[in-house]
Design a protein around this ligand. Structure first.
Ligand code: CTP
Ligand code: CA
Length: 224
């Protein structure tokens, strides 16, 4: 009978998902962030849970609610906080999917008091954030590791570079050039690039359907 938990394709699997933007504090009231909604990651979490997995969702700031109380959500603000949460959990999971739009840089100094305006120009010095996904790729043993790429030029070439550099099993390439795809939209048009150089192109779909497609590819790889 298919309703039995042990018959679900991700039964007994632990899945880690990063989602949403990160906020990098400039001072107590200001930050550097981006327009990521977190929707893709939350849809992945819901779909993985529905497939029988034990899901931990590490999310940057978003207004989205937990799709299911059985999903463990760890809410973070900054890339460093997301890095700490992700690396803490990685060794115990079977699958990790990095869908977060992590800020590549953070202010070198986060002022403890609200910065007052003074001169006509001001400079903000930024330092590089840790690459969470690349670190998971270095720590990887048995885990299946999936990343995303958002490119505006040389899409496949850049995405395939990230796939290799970050030691991924596959990367989901999301093109901003395709109408209807992107950060705030409800739909995505993706290509999946695999580490064996195979590429699968998918039509424009809702983020929920894209999440299901991604999980189906993970299930296929686990079955191999
Ligand atoms: N990523 C991450 N930690 C970072 C930056 C990116 O985990 N500090 C992950 C994202 O979640 C995504 C993948 O890496 O799954 C690719 O992110 P992207 O911004 O496209 O690539 P970068 O490696 O940051 O390169 P660039 O922004 O220069 O294209
Ligand atoms: Ca980046």
């Amino acid at each position: 009978a298919n309703h039995l938990a042990e018959n679900l394709p991700l039964y007994n699997k632990k899945v880690l998902i990063t989602a949403g933007p990160t906020y990098e504090a400039i001072d107590p009231v200001r930050f550097i962030g981006n327009h990521s909604s977190g929707k893709m990651g939350f849809e992945l979490a819901a779909a993985a849970h529905a497939a029988g997995a034990q899901v931990t969702l590490i999310s940057g700031p978003t207004h989205l609610e937990n799709p299911n109380e059985d999903i463990k959500i760890i809410r973070v603000q900054s890339a460093v906080e997301m890095y700490n949460a992700a690396t803490d959990h990685f060794s115990e999971v079977d699958i990790a999917i990095a869908s977060a739009a992590v800020s590549d840089y953070r202010p070198k100094i986060s002022a403890s008091q609200k910065i007052k305006k003074s001169a006509e120009t001001m400079e903000l010095q930024l330092v590089k954030n840790p690459d969470i996904l690349a670190s998971l790729g270095e720590f990887k043993k048995h885990q299946l590791l999936v990343g995303f790429a958002l490119e505006t030029e040389n899409e496949e070439e850049n995405a395939s570079g990230k796939l290799k550099r970050k030691n991924l099993d596959f990367i989901v390439l999301n093109s901003l050039n395709d109408s209807g795809a992107g950060f705030k939209s409800e739909t995505n048009k993706v290509k999946i690039l695999f580490k064996d150089e195979k590429v699968k192109a998918f039509p424009l779909k809702s983020k929920r359907e894209v999440a299901q497609d991604i999980l189906n590819e993970i299930i296929l790889l686990l079955d191999e």
